[in-house]
Design a protein around this ligand. Structure first.
Ligand code: PD2
Ligand code: ZN
Length: 284
């Protein structure tokens, strides 16, 4: 029997230095395996070291501690990934903020069915009132919308299972799908999707499932003009293409995640989206 391998302070320092140099954890792991580390020891050393380092960084900089976030398996830069019942294309990815544009997450028929099922139930959109934890009509969000319950019908259940497989996140941690319809001139001004812990209403909201840690905005049609989803911190704009979706994750409720985003005004035609928000814990 070989003697167990021990993780030294020097190894920890090396792991942190690799991460700071922009090396992805998968590449660091491969380097450790190549130099003779046993896989289980290497994985544990890597996970513990990076988690402790991030927690220490958060403490020192007065930031909320990081959470684990949903993440598609994009090792080896695939052009498409299998999402349980359908292949989804990888159109573009960004590391910081974490943004992934998916192609063909929904079929044309699924988009049309979501529109048809939600249309009779639309009401003027409300946003969460940060003071009370309730909701309010907000001038920054000039759309109409509705929520499906999770698993409310076979279509929602199928899409929810697909998203869970795609981003490796428990189905139970997802909110029900939200549908939004924007007419000409309607927009969703830039905001963060997490709940600001400093706001008095957040405590009530967070009791059910904890923080939001990821968002998927699915485009159910293509407006004739306008309606892109923008990330102003990084000058990114995602075009609304029917069946495509933009995913982004945020490991703490803080602007340092650079996930400020908004829906540009629709210039001509209308825009329909389905939004899925993913929580840290079970959303029951
Ligand atoms: O419709 C959009 O592009 C959009 C933009 C920003 C949707 C959301 N946020 C959202 O539903 O959170
Ligand atoms: Zn949003």
């Amino acid at each position: 029997m070989s003697t167990p391998q021990t993780v030294t302070p020097e190894l920890r320092q090396w792991i942190v230095a690799q991460a700071q140099a922009g090396c992805q954890p998968e590449a660091v792991l491969q380097a450790m395996l190549a130099s003779g580390w046993e896989e289980d020891v290497a994985v544990e050393a890597l996970e513990n070291t990076l988690r402790q380092h991030l927690e220490e960084h958060a403490r020192q900089n007065n930031l909320p501690p990081p959470s684990i976030v949903p993440e598609p398996d994009l090792r080896d830069s695939p052009g498409a990934v299998w999402a349980g019942d359908r292949e989804v294309k990888i159109v573009a990815t960004m590391r910081n903020p974490r943004v992934v544009v998916f192609g063909g997450l929904l079929s044309e028929e699924e988009c049309d069915e979501l529109v048809a099922l939600s249309r009779p139930r639309l009401v003027r959109s409300e946003t969460v009132d940060n003071n009370t934890g309730g909701s309010e009509v907000n001038a920054a969000r000039t759309s109409e919308g509705m929520f499906f319950q999770r698993g409310e019908n076979p279509l929602c259940a199928r899409i929810e299972a697909r998203i869970a497989a795609l981003v490796n996140w428990p189905l139970e941690n997802g909110e029900g799908l939200q549908i939004l319809r924007y007419g000409p001139g309607a927009e969703y001004r830039p905001h963060h999707d997490y709940f600001d812990p400093a706001q008095p209403g957040s405590a009530t909201i967070l009791k059910r499932g904890g923080q939001r840690v990821g968002t998927i905005v699915m485009y159910l049609n293509a407006p004739a003009k306008g309606g892109g989803t923008v990330f102003p911190d990084v000058f990114l704009e995602v075009a609304p293409v029917k069946g495509n979706a933009v995913f982004f994750s945020y490991d703490r409720p803080h602007p340092m995640t650079r996930t400020l985003h908004g829906g540009q005004p629709v210039v001509e035609g209308e825009k329909w989206v389905a939004t899925k928000w993913l929580r840290e814990g079970r959303f029951e």
